[in-house]
Design a protein around this ligand. Structure first.
Ligand SMILES: Nc1nc(=O)c2c([nH]1)NC[C@@H]1CN(c3ccc(C(=O)N[C@@H](CCC(=O)O)C(=O)O)cc3)CN21
Ligand SMILES: O=c1ccn([C@H]2C[C@H](O)[C@@H](COP(=O)(O)O)O2)c(=O)[nH]1
Length: 277
């Protein structure tokens, strides 16, 4: 994961100090791109132990169209707890925008099913896009995430907000635009999640995985992650693991946690860091 370490190094050296919504303070750059060849191994960070279980469950939860954290909690995943109401609601976040975007006149669009249909039937299309950025449900910034969720708005605006697929030579590639990127905690999750999504979609569309291209807007290291980043920058990346996916699954919505197995994952010890809420 040299690409990830290069990003971290770049922001560590050149990031500009800025205040941020959470009051933590961050060092950031604007605009950065990484590329991951999915045939060269699964892009899971090796310079700290990364919790793939949470990543897989979160992705399956998005794909179900779910926006209540109860599924995550039942599976021991706590990464969304801080933003949810007492009832577990996050408002119309990723799952709802991906699977049931509500348009004018009550029309509901399942962007993911439409995407799969289009990749299969029109692979040359330049319109293979899914957007989670829906200005009609953005939060009121004068209210807390929980209060927004309670009012039917998004607890947080989507960070990974738009992605596009591209088919060439029998390979499926994906590019993500992420408007805001917490380099130490969020980005390792985002890379692995979209790499896995690309592999799953490739499988159900009878394609091979190509590249994952990750484009970042505001790429930041929180001020209270600098020590952790320094520790990680001193470590040598290890060979990438392999992701095995049950080849019998041909329906994107039929995948379960047991269909994935990570092999040969070598890693340096986990590094703890506080999350900015
Ligand atoms: N500041 C911030 N950064 C984020 O990355 C982020 C948010 N907020 N809010 C919404 C979601 C929630 N995400 C999260 C939240 C927590 C962890 C986290 O604490 N990761 C720990 C271990 C978590 C676990 O698997 O239990 C880590 O060490 O990676 C990661 C991503 C990503 N997003
Ligand atoms: O998938 C995710 C979700 C969130 N983040 C980070 C990026 C920011 O640090 C915060 C969101 O705060 P905003 O003020 O709304 O930008 O969460 C991430 O990196 N990846």
């Amino acid at each position: 994961m040299k690409q990830y370490l290069a990003l971290m190094q770049h922001v560590y050296e050149h990031g500009v100090y800025r205040n941020d919504r959470t009051g933590t303070g961050s060092y950031s750059v604007f605009g950065y791109q990484m590329r991951f060849d999915l045939q060269q191994g699964f892009p899971l960070i090796t310079t700290k132990k990364c919790h793939l279980r949470s990543i897989i469950h979160e992705l399956l939860w998005f794909l179900k169209g779910d926006t209540n954290i109860s599924y995550l909690q039942e599976n021991g995943v706590s990464i969304w707890n801080e933003w949810a109401t007492d009832e577990g609601e996050l408002g119309p976040v990723y799952g709802q925008q991906w699977r049931s975007w509500e348009g004018a006149n009550g029309e509901v669009v399942d962007q993911i099913s439409q995407l799969i249909h289009d990749i299969k039937n029109n692979p040359d299309s330049r319109r293979l896009v899914v957007s989670a950025w829906n200005p009609t449900v953005l939060p009121d910034t004068s209210l807390s995430p929980k209060d927004n969720a309670a009012m039917g708005k998004q607890a947080l605006p989507p960070c990974h907000c738009l992605f596009q697929f591209y088919v060439a030579n029998g390979e499926l590639s994906c590019q993500l635009y992420q408007r805001s990127a917490d380099i130490f905690l969020g980005v390792p999750f985002n890379i692995a999640s979209y790499a896995l999504l690309t592999m799953m979609i490739a499988q159900v569309c009878d394609l091979q995985p190509g590249e994952f291209v990750h484009t970042l807007g505001d790429a930041h290291l929180y001020a209270n992650h600098l020590e952790q980043a320094k520790t990680q920058l001193e470590r040598k990346p290890l060979p990438l693991p392999l992701m095995r996916i049950n080849q019998d699954v041909k329906d994107l919505f039929a995948f379960t946690f047991e269909d994935f197995s990570l092999e040969k994952y070598q890693f340096h010890p986990h590094i703890k860091a506080p999350i900015a809420v």
